[in-house]
Ligand binder design. Structure first.
Ligand code: TXE
Length: 490
């Protein structure tokens, strides 16, 4: 084990990181963080109670209103974010290993995730000096007028994160918030709080003032609610399930907080007859099996033309069958465990429902190994297009359900027949078809001839029940600032 990780895990109970320090546990409740590949407990993390959340918010508010952070020039913020990115990069080995231990993903993917976080910090470092308003013509009588707008930090941000890409979530929420001059109270998921705590410790080394980044591990009912109910938090940024998103939206609205919700999806993969079928099976497999299917944009509903249905499914099944399951730390592994026992049970229940609904299992459909939360990569063929749970619900596991369609109108109708609208991937070699379908599919992000990926400059947000607002790109800058209008009479 990496020495830094060993040292980090030697302290068996971890508390919140508030105002630049790890706080001793004041709450009696603690949550075990379990390695999903071995079912062994790695560490315990305290559930931050209302008082601790308040301490974190007060520290963040002090920095926002009167602290060093509030006085720091934009180019100094840029410098600190760049230094932070460098330090995260230098610590790739430790962060990636800790991520594999708490989450289960492959070490190679964990390293890519750290690299994506580094890129995100560098991207938003550049934004710190480029936040601007505009000059506005006004038609007011009585003297001359000069009017302009400026963007100011939205305030103390409350961030509530999921467990599927913990390091990326840390970067997606903290980097733009800090670039805009905000301070933050960040709640990692109860399943994967360790990497956020290690990242916060690193922020101290680069000189980000104490109180700018605060980490409050805990559960939704105690810690999450304390964040959404705190009157000094001006904006909530949440990623997670649609069900929890609705509760968070309601709680935020009660106090008239701003909020951004990035929620679930049951994302369609639309394969046209004219697609390059030498690339489709590999692309589809990557889109569903990456991170064990625990990605909000993973393509989990596959629509194939009738004449290509059986052959394409056989090719995808053959890729799935060759995937070696095992610990993410073993370099031969191609599919790790799902994140937790609860999640394993949820995914297996969906697979069982699919079988009970008489949906054909083309491959997989079972548990692998007696220990660890391993689910076989599973392909269902729903040839009669039944509205069963494996075809309609977000499973968030390595499970894809394929359905045939007869023509493009039929395809579009089926692809849009869902409450979700997060992402879609479209496979075609015809440019006209690509543009036509990209216009007509109701989803926030669409990839043509590729599984859906993310880039710091490309906004990501959901349509329909998949969310409100977007993250990344310039839209995150707008989301973490408030517009102020100023008018001078001269
Ligand atoms: O999510 P939750 P869970 C989907 C996926 C998964 C399901 C459940 O289908 O199987 O959601 O996962 C905090 N007030 N996605 O239970 O409940 C919670 O502590 C404030 C999709 O992990 O949405 C955690 O930090 N906070 C997804 C975060 O919300 C509350 C990613 C997410 O938890 C809270 C993850 C409350 N009342 C799961 N209740 C995506 N879109 O990427 C919970 N939380």
């Amino acid at each position: 084990m990496n020495k830094e990780v060993q040292q980090f895990l030697s302290n068996k109970t971890k508390g919140a990181f508030i105002n630049g320090k790890f706080v001793n546990a004041t709450s009696e409740k603690a949550i075990a963080v379990v390695n999903p590949a071995t079912e062994e407990t790695l560490s315990e993390v305290v559930v931050s109670n209302k008082e601790l959340v308040n301490e974190a918010v007060q520290a963040a508010n002090h920095q926002l209103e009167n602290g060093d952070w509030s006085k720091l020039l934009a180019n100094k913020k840029e410098y600190l974010l760049l230094k932070y990115a460098d330090l995260i990069e230098e610590n790739t080995s430790a962060l990636a290993e800790l991520l594999v231990l708490e989450h289960g993903k492959l070490l190679s993917d964990a390293k890519k995730e750290v690299s994506a976080a580094v890129n995100c910090f560098r991207y938003y470092a550049g934004w710190a000096t480029k936040i601007e308003g505009s000059t506005i013509d006004v038609s007011l009588s009585g003297g001359n007028h000069f009017a302009y707008t400026k963007r100011e930090p939205v305030g103390v941000v409350g961030a509530i994160a999921p467990w599927n890409v913990p390091i990326m979530m840390y970067a997606w929420k903290i980097a733009p918030a800090l670039a805009c001059g905000c301070t933050i109270v960040f709640k990692p998921s109860e399943e994967t709080p360790l990497t956020s705590l290690l990242l916060a410790e690193l922020s101290k080394e680069v000189g980000i003032p104490d109180g700018v980044i605060n980490i409050v591990p805990g559960d939704g009912a105690t810690t999450g609610q304390a964040i959404t109910n705190h009157p000094l938090i001006s904006k909530i940024t949440f990623t997670g399930s649609s069900a929890t998103g609705r509760i968070i939206g309601q709680n935020s609205a009660k106090l008239l907080k701003e909020f951004t919700l990035e929620l679930g999806g049951k994302n369609p993969v639309l394969v046209l007859d004219d697609a390059d079928f030498s690339k489709v099976p590999g692309g589809v497999a990557k889109g569903i099996f990456y991170n064990q299917g625990q990605v909000c944009v993973s393509g989990s509903r596959l629509y194939l033309p009738k004449n290509k249905f059986d052959n394409t499914l056989a090719d995808i099944a053959s890729i799935a069958e060759k995937m070696k399951l095992g610990s993410g730390l073993d370099e031969n592994t191609k599919l790790g465990p799902v994140v937790s026992k609860d999640h394993f049970n949820k995914v297996m229940n969906y697979i069982d429902e699919g079988k009970q609904d008489s949906i054909e299992v083309v491959t997989g459909g079972g548990r692998a190994f007696d220990k660890g939360y391993f689910v076989e990569p599973t392909v269902f063929a729903n040839t009669d297009n039944k509205a069963v749970s494996v075809a309609t619900d977000e499973i968030f596991g390595p499970v894809i359900t394929a359905m045939p369609y007869s023509n493009v109108d039929d395809l579009l109708e089926k692809a849009n027949a869902t409450e979700y609208g997060l992402s879609a991937s479209i496979w075609t070699s015809n440019l006209g078809n690509a543009h036509y379908l990209a216009d007509k599919v109701k989803a926030g992000i669409i990839y043509i001839n590729s599984a859906v990926r993310s880039d710091p400059n490309l906004p990501l947000g959901g349509f329909k029940q998949s969310g409100i607002g977007s993250e990344l790109g310039k839209s995150a800058i707008n989301g973490f600032t408030k517009l102020k209008s100023v008018c001078i009479n001269y």
